[in-house]
Design a protein around this ligand. Structure first.
Ligand SMILES: O=C(O)CCC(=O)CC(=O)O
Length: 242
């Protein structure tokens, strides 16, 4: 198991509760923490403000927008990141069209109820099918209310202006987990295979029964994949996909 502390970065609209099961399990034998991704309206600014307060060296695990901030941290401070887990995320820059697609969400965030805005963001294929969806959506809405509409608008602005991280991934030399829910319709499995192909020795883990939020939808399987990643020796090994 790594001796470095593990830092979790949640996705847009989410707080530490996204990782409740992982924090509870891993904290039995590892120093774990979460950090907010609300410190700016550019990914670069958020990463820079986190680097001011994070430990000298750490293992980094980010989901979705948290994964994008993690890639920016890796770009800025590769010597401080001892291993990285990129979950349900996207290394590509926004196109003008995809950046514009966020505008109706911003209007909802500014004018309507936060619960309506969250619902409008959740396309039918955001979460895995099944009876647990309603509870997950309720948790997501609670987390969004905690973050607040103004901070979420700033997160969206940061996403709209994000850069492309493919070259950062090609240069990545640390043990890397690329993880994705089988049913993630927002950042699909094929994008994660592509990411794992870019990183010379990454392992790819596809979590069954989960969509965009595997830490909540399939918590035990997600934690097992994270434990395997934390136990992976630093010596680079040939890629094995799960
Ligand atoms: O749209 C994308 O490519 C990523 C979506 C995202 O980062 C929002 C989130 O954190 O769930």
């Amino acid at each position: 198991m790594t001796h470095d502390p593990v830092v979790f970065l949640p996705g847009m609209m989410c707080d530490a509760r996204l990782f409740t099961q992982q924090l509870t399990d891993l904290s039995r034998d590892t120093a774990v923490t979460t950090a907010p991704i609300t410190g700016g309206d550019r990914v670069e600014e958020i990463a820079s403000s986190l680097l001011d307060v994070l430990p000298r060296r750490f293992a980094l695990a980010g989901l979705s927008m948290g994964g994008i901030v993690a890639m920016e941290i890796l770009r800025r401070a590769p010597d401080r990141v001892s291993r990285i887990a990129l979950m349900d995320t996207n290394p590509l820059a926004e196109t003008p069209q995809s950046a514009t697609a966020y505008e109706p969400f911003i209007i909802k965030l500014r004018s309507g109820s936060l619960a309506d805005a969250v619902q409008s963001f959740l396309l039918p294929d955001y979460l895995a099918p099944g009876t647990g969806r309603a509870a997950i959506i309720a948790h997501l809405t609670e987390m969004a209310e905690n973050i607040g509409a103004d901070a979420i608008v700033r997160q969206v602005r940061a996403l709209q202006r994000r850069r492309d991280y493919q070259s950062v991934l090609r240069r990545c030399k640390v043990p890397t987990l690329v993880l994705c829910g089988r049913h993630d319709g927002l950042t699909p499995v094929k994008r994660h295979s592509f990411m794992a192909d870019l990183i010379p020795y990454a392992s790819l883990s596809v979590i069954e029964g989960a969509g965009h939020l595997p830490p909540m939808e399939a918590p035990e399987a997600t934690t097992a994949a994270l434990r395997a990643w934390l136990e992976q020796p630093f010596v680079l090994q040939k890629r094995v996909d799960a």
